[in-house]
Design a protein. Sequence first.
Length: 331
Amino acid sequence: MTTTHQATDRVISVLKDLAALVGHAGGAVASCSINGTHHHVEHNNDGFALVSRDSMFDLGSVAKVVTAGVLLNAHSARQIDRRSRVSECSGLADLPSFWDEVTLDDLATHRAGLPKLPPNLTGPLWDPYRDWNEPELHHAMQRMPGATLVERPSYSNFGYAVLARCLSYTLGAPMPELVTRYVARPFELKSLTAAPTPDERVIDGYESSGQAALPWPFHSMLGAGGVYGTVNDLLALGRTTARFTDLEQPPSTTNAHTRFGHGWMVTALPKAQVIWSHGETSVSTAFLAVHRQWDVTLILLVNRGGVANVLPMAFRALSQLVEIRRWNRPF
């Protein structure tokens, strides 16, 4: 067994290697929590915005964890029923009967059989949700009479846009306010927001080519993305996984080892579970994973989109951190 100092050096080495691999065109923050002890590494390159543990990043699809958290916490407070039908709680008229069968839980766990993106999305690649607002959301929902509920889930940004609409209508507030009320404030995620102010400056981002670019406005797709936060927010979010993931009810299955939970992916390992989420936009990449058995959380934030092979690299780093924890149990 190595000493605590040696184990810490190994952890820092793993984080440095990961940050350097993914941050070669831009900057990266790699952080972990092992048995409650936090470690951070920053990797920066000349000519790009400097990143730090206090930098606010566009979290991409990690926002789905937050949106599902709004649903579950509002359900726990008996302010919404997650088994409600979309037709009952969207506030939209003239919907096809399909929506009489779809529940909020179906949307949160990708079981509604919806396409990944709505059929009437026409924005350019650099601004895909441009001009997609409430009328376009309503129209897209009206065009779904042929959809059917599925046992095998289908990942859907569109479904999370519908979920956000239902949450906002039923709870009587816009999504940015709901994110603060039901997730950021109760779990002390001090910077997490869906409406950053000029004072909460989001880190400059870069396309995969290294070209500076602006983050996507999500408009009525908010819920599928559009949440911003720091590495410290994600470390705190990782500690709430039991509240955000209903493990008593088997989540919908994507393959033999991985399932959709409420916003999270749940991957079964021998005698363990990893709960994780991955988000990517044109200007950012985010990864959050929690190994429940060994109390190891890994966070990776990059101010660049299109990072190749980020999931294999991140899971390899998580495996290395778990091995360090296994052989250094007091650590």
